[in-house]
Design a protein around this ligand. Structure first.
Ligand code: HEC
Ligand code: HEC
Length: 333
């Protein structure tokens, strides 16, 4: 038995050594660096940013995309579930808009195919911004400053919802967070992460977290059952991908979330039920993999996860064109 342990630990040490040769090419790692976004349409991005920050897209004139996807707090609201129109508590945790362009589809259940398709949703969701596309267009169309900018970007004075969501999506594509310490390491800088953090990454791979959390976004690329090997019992309200496909096997299946900037995007899971990353790591190991992760291992994995915090793009507050007397007024009901 003793020998066996020695052999196993030697093999593990060797495996770790092989995986961490200094300066070796890291092209074959399951995780990839986030690349900076090259802006090709600056005027459209600027318009999208204005719309992202403009609360007048909501019925109350009070809630903007940034209310629930605050760019100052990791692109989320740090609440278990979002607060929308008339202080209504939504059913689900708000995912980050940072690196959302990497997602295979948008929303926890993937019901939107891309960012443009997604952006139309919250404006008319009664629990969120509670307006309608026609009301949002009426508001924007009444504001001379917007009409001028839309004309400049889209070549027409007639504002339409496609152009609104197109501009928002173009802005969201710029919300990538490159250059995390982990990415520096991936690109060959051995000193970018500590030994403990590297050990955490080896555990993350070794425990097979990378079967679901992989690629540049460390997630976002597939749907998986929450509670793959042991049922997740906390949330019984949301059925996940079943809502889209109506297939029994899709019950409790959710998009695997990105782990980029996960240090900032608490609380965790689609129901926002856990606040401590260490608890999250242990829950994942238990119900997704059915393997134990001890305290020390969990600490190391958490240390690794924190190296995924990238450079949040600098976003200057846009100055929005003022409403005029004919602009529809905020409605509180
Ligand atoms: C009231 C809070 C709230 C507002 C306002 C809001 N969102 Fe969201 N957003 C959410 C929640 C909650 C989800 C997750 C819903 C779900 O998956 O069913 C979400 C999902 C998303 C996603 C998908 C991310 C992913 O990983 O799947 C994107 C992108 C997004 N919102 C962008 C926007 C944009 C753009 C606006 C403004 C037009 C906006 N949101 C307004 C709360 C909000
Ligand atoms: C079988 C696929 C799978 C495996 C394996 C897996 N995860 Fe997950 N992970 C998910 C899914 C799906 C979610 C979202 C679950 C939900 O909220 O309902 C998630 C959520 C998370 C979250 C929370 C992110 C957030 O923003 O809410 C963290 C952190 C995480 N996983 C880390 C890990 C770690 C560490 C491991 C390895 C011990 C791991 N995962 C293994 C599928 C997986």
């Amino acid at each position: 038995m003793k020998y066996l342990i020695v052999i196993v630990s030697t093999v593990l040490v060797l495996a770790t050594a092989v995986a961490t040769v200094p300066g070796a090419s890291r092209d074959n790692e399951p995780l990839k660096p986030i690349e900076p976004y090259k802006v090709t349409q600056p005027a459209k991005v600027e318009l999208g940013k204005m719309l992202f920050f403009d609360p007048r897209l909501s019925k109350s004139g009070f809630i903007s995309c940034n209310s629930c996807h605050n760019l100052a707090t990791g692109g989320v609201d740090n609440l278990p579930s979002s607060i929308g129109h008339k202080w209504q508590l939504g059913p689900i945790n708000s995912p980050t808009v940072f690196n959302a362009s990497y997602n295979i589809a948008q929303f926890w259940d993937g019901r939107s195919k891309d960012l443009q398709d997604q952006a139309g949703g919250p404006i008319e969701n009664p629990m969120e911004m509670a307006g309608s596309h026609s009301l949002a267009i009426e508001v924007l169309q009444s504001i001379p400053g917007y009409v001028k900018i839309f004309k400049n970007v889209y070549g027409t004075e007639k504002i339409n919802i496609n152009d609104v969501t197109d501009a928002i999506a173009e802005f969201e594509k710029t919300l990538v967070t490159p250059d995390s310490r982990f990415d520096q390491w991936l690109k060959g800088d051995d000193k970018a992460i500590t030994k403990t953090e590297l050990a955490g990454y080896e555990l993350f791979k070794g425990k097979a977290c990378t079967t679901c959390h992989m690629g540049a976004a460390v997630g976002g690329s597939l749907f998986q059952k929450m509670g793959l090997v042991k049922p997740y019992t906390k949330d019984t309200k949301t059925l996940g991908r079943y809502e889209v496909t109506k297939q029994e096997s899709d019950k409790y299946v959710f998009k695997v979330p990105t782990l980029r900037n996960v240090e900032l995007t608490y609380p965790y899971f689609h129901d926002g039920s856990l606040w401590d990353l260490k608890d999250v790591v242990k829950t994942m190991a238990d119900i997704q993999l059915g393997i134990p992760v001890n305290d020390e291992e969990a600490d190391k994995i958490v240390a690794f996860l924190k190296t995924l915090t990238g450079t949040i793009p600098e976003v200057s507050i846009p100055i929005l064109p003022p409403s005029v007397p004919s602009t529809p007024r905020p409605q509180m009901d």
